[in-house]
Design a protein. Structure first.
Lengths: 111, 112
């Protein structure tokens, strides 16, 4: 069966510090991968999606970036965090269809 | 921009009652999904209904889709305290690729 992992689970970072969140998927090959951000009590905002290694599409211009160095690894990064980057970050995968399967999320607080 | 918008934003019911949540969207879709999110957790897929379907059941869940009104509803029958969560609709626009758009969610509280 397929599983998706995210780490860390929680993170507290100062403004201006770098960020690296990692997501890995097991049990499937060539998944579509997604990064979402969810503000408190709000819906999901799609940040990036990837249909293959090295292929990243950005949905929202911002100081975040994403990379897919391996087939089942998706990384969300920032060189300098802003206060507005605080939120709940969710990674998801799909097998090319519509249904997405989500990881447990990372709670990021920027102080 | 958000494609789907859920209504109500919050709902509080007694255990055993039915819970109904609605989703409205703006453009033509291939399908519509409902997801559930427990507090502080990831989303879990509940059910998918295609644009040519009008009603679908899964256990205590009943989903309807009215493409003429661009709306869907999720009914949870005989609710349980464990159903307490936020529920999101997600639409897959016609002609789009992989850009499923999530609504803002309905926060359901089931009181034991």
């Amino acid at each position: 069966s397929q599983t998706i992992h995210q780490w860390p689970a929680t993170l507290v970072q100062p403004v201006g510090s770098p960020l690296s969140l990692e997501c890995t998927v097991e049990g499937t090959s060539n998944p579509n991968l997604y990064w979402y951000r969810q503000a408190a009590g709000r819906g999901l905002q799609l940040l990036f999606y990837s249909v293959g290694i090295g292929q990243i599409s950005s949905e929202v211009p911002q100081n975040l970036s994403a990379s897919r160095p391996q087939d089942r690894q998706f990384i969300l990064s920032s060189k300098k965090l802003l206060l507005s980057d605080s939120g709940f970050y969710l990674c998801a995968w799909s097998a090319g269809g519509t249904t997405q399967y989500f990881g447990p999320g990372t709670r990021l607080t920027v102080l | 921009s958000q494609q789907g918008e859920e209504d109500p934003q919050a709902l509080s019911i007694q255990e055993g009652e039915n819970a109904t949540m609605n989703c409205s969207y703006k453009t033509s879709i291939n399908n519509l999904q409902w997801y559930r999110q427990n507090s502080g957790r990831g989303l879990v897929h509940l059910i998918l209904i295609r644009s040519n379907e009008r009603e679908k059941h899964s256990g205590r869940l009943r989903v309807t889709l009215d493409t003429s009104k661009k709306s869907s509803s999720l009914l949870i029958t005989a609710s349980r305290a464990a159903d307490t969560a936020s529920y999101f609709c997600a639409t897959d626009p016609s002609g789009g690729y992989q850009k499923v758009t999530f609504g803002t969610g309905t926060k359901l509280q089931v009181i034991p």
